[in-house]
Design a protein around this ligand. Structure first.
Ligand code: C5P
Length: 234
């Protein structure tokens, strides 16, 4: 079950003490936290357990992409750490996607949600052609989202620009996890195609992944509260 508060804070740091301090500070005002490759490769499974033990749902963003048997084993391993959401690359294909969903299902009611990455937002139409994927990127995103859904996964990671199309294509129950979120008062940093939390939520985003507008603020908890207020979450 996902929390009502859609804000997941990206704890993008290799430093466990820093990640735990951010998580503690924002705990009352967010729905969860996201840990990525930088954190995992610095702190390993024990580091993930430390953050899980703080009591917030954890989205473990490791983007698995391998043969089905190996991905199934990886999903089983991270499900055992207590992650609430794990992810894989949709371009791993239908057998890999099904294997990931089945491995998570072994954990029964406490299973993590399994989400797929469609097309990395760092890739444009030319990049896709270079790796032999059929473009344009928007069509490939929708194709992979439909494949993800047909294989029994719970949703996809998508950019703000893709929310409306994917919500229409995949229906109300499909989870859309959306980074590239910037409150009007925050600096854009290196994000290019951005949307405010309110706009993204109103278009149908399930989870808003927000990093630097919160972790880079002088008072991360106050920044998270300000976003909650904009979303009219009490
Ligand atoms: O600090 P910021 O809010 O830009 O952080 C966004 C988080 O979402 C980072 O962890 C980033 O790696 C991740 N992300 C993203 N764009 C994607 C996929 C993931 O910004 N397309």
């Amino acid at each position: 079950m996902l929390p009502e508060n859609p804000i997941f804070v990206a704890l993008d740091t290799p430093d466990l003490v820093q990640a735990a301090a951010w998580a503690e500070a924002v705990r009352p005002c967010v729905g969860g936290v996201k840990l990525g490759l930088e954190f995992f490769n610095s702190n390993g499974p024990d580091g993930v357990r430390r953050i899980v033990d703080l009591g917030l749902p954890v989205f473990l963003d490791l983007k698995f992409h391998d043969i089905p048997n190996t991905v199934a084993g990886a999903v089983r391993a991270v499900a055992g750490l207590g992650a609430a959401i794990v992810n894989v690359h949709a371009s791993g294909g239908s057998a890999m996607l099904r294997a990931a969903a089945e491995a998570a299902a072994d954990h029964g009611a406490d299973r993590p949600l399994v989400i797929a990455v469609t097309v990395l937002t760092s890739l444009d139409d030319q990049d896709l052609a270079g790796v032999g994927q059929m473009g344009p990127a928007a069509a490939q995103v929708e194709r992979l989202a439909r494949l993800t859904q047909s294989c029994g996964l719970d949703g996809v990671v998508c950019s703000p620009a893709e929310i409306a199309t994917l919500r229409a294509a995949c229906g109300d129950d499909f989870r859309l996890i959306v980074p590239g979120i910037r409150p009007a008062w925050a600096s854009t940093g290196d994000q290019k195609r951005i949307m405010t939390p309110r706009e993204a939520r109103d278009l149908g985003a399930t989870i808003l992944v927000i990093g630097r507008p919160i972790t880079g603020a002088d008072d991360p908890a106050a920044a998270a509260v300000r976003i909650m207020e904009e979303l009219e979450i009490t």
